[in-house]
Design a protein around this ligand. Structure first.
Ligand code: ADP
Ligand code: ADP
Length: 243
């Protein structure tokens, strides 16, 4: 059964329009329907501007779609009460393209990983101890939680970003271009980590990428986006069959 389901999701941006001039309407996402089975990895692949990030922001409820439903375990996220919403917000976490941009340079990385759980009521010491466990889980030295973001390489910082997303024990990870800022050799390591975590933790993953080679490495399902629409979707071996 699908843990995450999108039904006819659309999002249009309206920009400009000062005194009616330079008005622009961008139909960034058009009538997208998709399903992510529990434990699966769904790749959303498309060129820059095809609507992938907008779709990710809709899934994470960072923006509100104009139409359609996004269901987590069958429940439409838009119809939830605030307390239900807080609970389901924890169940989906995001991994960003450039973790450095989202890691406060003045905070120790252990605190950055512990921050979410602390906000949600976990005692500080418990959350910091858990951050060390999460470091080990993502292949970092647990003793390194006392360091600062700039002391880590790009690949290590992305591991910190993943640890941070995992700290709230989500069921769904939405990874928006998680390796496109990394060297190719490091990309494969981070993608392997995502695949391992899915296996070990029973995660379900939405992986957004402009790079087909990235999707092929870890996804079992894929949706191809073009100008806001899903133009093809299905098992990755079928969609990208050798001609
Ligand atoms: P992708 O992630 O595939 O690069 P985006 O979702 O970022 O695609 O963008 C889809 C389209 O929506 C593009 O034409 C982009 O310029 C436009 N767009 C994205 N974000 C905004 C925004 N906040 N305001 C107006 N237009 C936007
Ligand atoms: P991405 O392709 O990763 O979404 P972009 O460079 O397209 O990156 O967008 C970066 C930021 O600018 C995003 O927050 C997006 O919402 C915003 N943005 C993108 N296109 C537009 C646009 N046409 N008008 C206003 N904001 C935009």
């Amino acid at each position: 059964e699908a843990i995450l389901k999108l039904e006819g999701v659309s999002k249009t941006y309206r920009t400009g329009g000062f005194l009616g001039r330079n008005k622009r309407v961008t139909r960034a996402v058009r009538d997208v329907s998709l399903a992510l089975p529990r434990g699966g990895t769904l790749g959303i692949v498309g060129e820059s501007g095809s609507g992938k990030s907008t779709l990710a922001r809709c899934i994470m409820r960072l923006i509100k779609p104009d139409a359609g439903a996004i269901r987590l375990d069958g429940t439409d996220l838009a119809t939830q009460s605030p307390s239900q919403h807080r609970a389901s917000a924890k169940r989906m976490q995001m991994v960003f393209q450039d973790p450095y941009a989202s890691l406060n340079p003045r905070r120790r990385v252990g605190e950055l990983v512990a921050q979410g759980p602390i906000i949600h009521g976990t005692p500080r010491n418990t959350a910091l101890a858990r951050a060390k466990e999460l470091f080990a889980l993502v292949g970092l030295d647990p003793a390194a939680t006392d360091r600062y973001p700039h002391e880590f390489s790009g690949g290590q910082r992305q591991r910190i970003g993943i640890a941070r997303a995992l700290a709230l024990e989500p069921e769904v990870l939405v990874a928006d271009e998680p390796v496109s800022a990394l060297d190719v050799s490091v990309q494969a390591q981070v993608l392997r980590l995502l695949a391992e975590l899915r296996e070990r933790l029973g995660l379900s993953i939405v992986l957004i990428t402009h790079d087909l080679r990235v999707a092929v490495q870890v996804c079992d399902l894929v949706a191809v986006m073009k100008e806001g629409e899903v133009v093809e979707s299905g098992p990755i071996g079928r969609v990208f069959e050798a001609p």
